[in-house]
Design a protein around this ligand. Structure first.
Ligand code: AMP
Length: 434
């Protein structure tokens, strides 16, 4: 299947091939004809599926013919990074059409945004807070909007944006096309969809997880030893590619990035407490290879196109099995193999089981000599951070008196499955089944 079938104007086809897109992705195949026919869409799809172009291309096609100088397409997105990313896609795909787009979000000065409104824009990509601010100040009007896109609706809900969105909706014409995208569809998102969409076409696209290409491993470890284990793995078995590390909290991301830097690694954090500039620098630096490691929280990294990384480290496991699949999907792209490793503390065992149930397979356990999971939820608080500092009883309890091989065998036995032979490089690529 090719992009020709959609009969875009010649300029759009040129832009598509300049972006290097040869064939439409599954969501583009399904959504583009529906959006072009004017239908409302309820899209269950994640970042990484090509959903931005799935809505951007038909919007650009439609706007290329109509009047200029008024906002005619509004895209509402949860984070500044996602707004920038969507705006960049619109700009690239609309080159030569004369259409203007802008990303509008808080944390930066208002003046450039006001100037852009005065000059006139047709495509507005906005985060809810700053957009509402502009609307309340009568800086712009949305009464000519004929397409509204609500992107990453579930994340907007998680971030408490729904009241703002409902206020924004009051500024839009009743008669319009609405496209709502969400990675998950809990009741609150369904309710918003019922309120905003008319006879929507439902499109479900699973992120095509080449799970077979991803080597997954779980490292049992005590909470206190997680940082030491990470440093051990990074030092003993370095990798060529980039590493994306997930932590549960902003504080955790900041501290771990600091620790990596102080141990000589090129790393940056990506978390919500950083300024817009810092976040942008972290992302750009990670994408262009200045930073080999990025330590991020889910909320900061979600919806952002950080893909094609060599390995993902779940320093802290996510709160759902689906989020795990989403995280590890950032590696193993484009038929390249990747690696996903997860640290498992005592309290994480149920989550690991849930992940295995979802994937219908057992994930390899690897126990590194000197590191072991606490045997109860309490024990870790009494344990000394570094294995060398543990007393004999602690070591005995933690099992670190055994050899690495014995421990691996034991870990394998508890899973009632043989532990596959470990590769010499735990971050190594192209070692499927190691
Ligand atoms: P998205 O899910 O919209 O964030 O897109 C994920 C990545 O896929 C982005 O880097 C896009 O540039 C890229 N992409 C989108 N459509 C295509 C396509 N048809 N072929 C190849 N890459 C694409």
């Amino acid at each position: 299947m090719s992009f020709e079938q959609f009969q875009f104007i010649a300029q759009i086809n040129t832009n598509i091939s300049n972006c290097g897109y040869e064939h439409p992705t599954p969501i583009q195949e399904k959504a583009i004809p529906e959006v072009m026919s004017g239908k409302d869409i309820l899209g269950l799809a994640q970042t990484g599926t090509g959903k931005t172009a799935a809505f951007a291309l038909p919007v650009i096609q439609r706007l290329s013919k109509g009047p200029r100088g008024k906002v005619r397409a509004l895209i509402v997105a949860p984070t500044r990074e996602l707004a920038e990313q969507i705006n960049t896609s619109f700009k690239e795909l609309a080159i030569g059409t004369g259409l203007r787009s802008i990303a509008v979000y808080g944390g930066v000065g208002k003046n450039p945004q006001l100037e852009a409104f005065r000059r006139g824009v047709e495509i507005l990509v906005a985060c809810p807070g700053r957009l509402l601010d502009h609307l309340n100040n009568h800086d712009l009007k949305l009464n000519k909007v004929d397409t509204l896109v609500l992107d990453e609706a579930d994340q907007m809900f998680d971030m408490g944006f729904f009241p703002d969105i409902r206020r924004i909706l009051k500024h839009l014409p009743q008669k319009r096309q609405t496209l709502l995208f969400s990675a998950t569809m809990p009741a609150d998102i369904r309710k918003l969809a019922d309120e905003t969409l008319t006879n929507p076409q439902e499109i479900r696209i699973k992120l095509e997880q080449p799970l077979d290409l991803i080597t997954q491993a779980v490292y049992p470890v005590s909470k206190r030893q997680k940082s030491a284990l990470l440093l051990h793995l990074l030092k003993e078995e370095p990798t060529e590619g980039s590493t994306l590390i997930f932590t549960r909290t902003k504080y955790g991301a900041k501290n771990l990035a600091k620790k990596l830097v102080s141990n000589g690694f090129s790393a940056s954090a990506l978390q919500g407490n950083m300024s817009q500039n810092q976040r942008q620098n972290a992302l750009t630096g990670f994408r262009d290879g200045t930073f080999k490691m990025l330590v991020a929280t889910d909320i900061a990294a979600r919806g952002i196109d950080i893909s094609r990384v060599a390995q993902v480290v779940n320093f802290d496991l996510p709160s759902t099995a689906e989020a795990y699949t989403h995280r590890i999907g950032r590696t193993g792209r484009a038929k390249r193999s990747g690696r996903a490793i997860s640290f498992m503390c005592y309290d994480d065992q149920a989550m690991v089981k849930a992940i295995e149930r979802l994937q219908k397979k057992t994930i390899e356990r690897i126990t590194i000599d000197g590191f072991a999971m606490e045997e109860t939820g309490e024990q870790q608080t009494k344990q000394t951070g570094h294995p060398r500092k543990q007393n004999r009883n602690q070591r005995k309890k933690a099992g670190s008196h055994r050899s690495g091989k014995q421990q691996r065998q034991q870990a394998g036995n508890t899973r009632k499955s043989p532990t596959p032979k470990r590769s010499s490089n735990i971050f190594g690529l192209g070692q499927k089944g190691d």
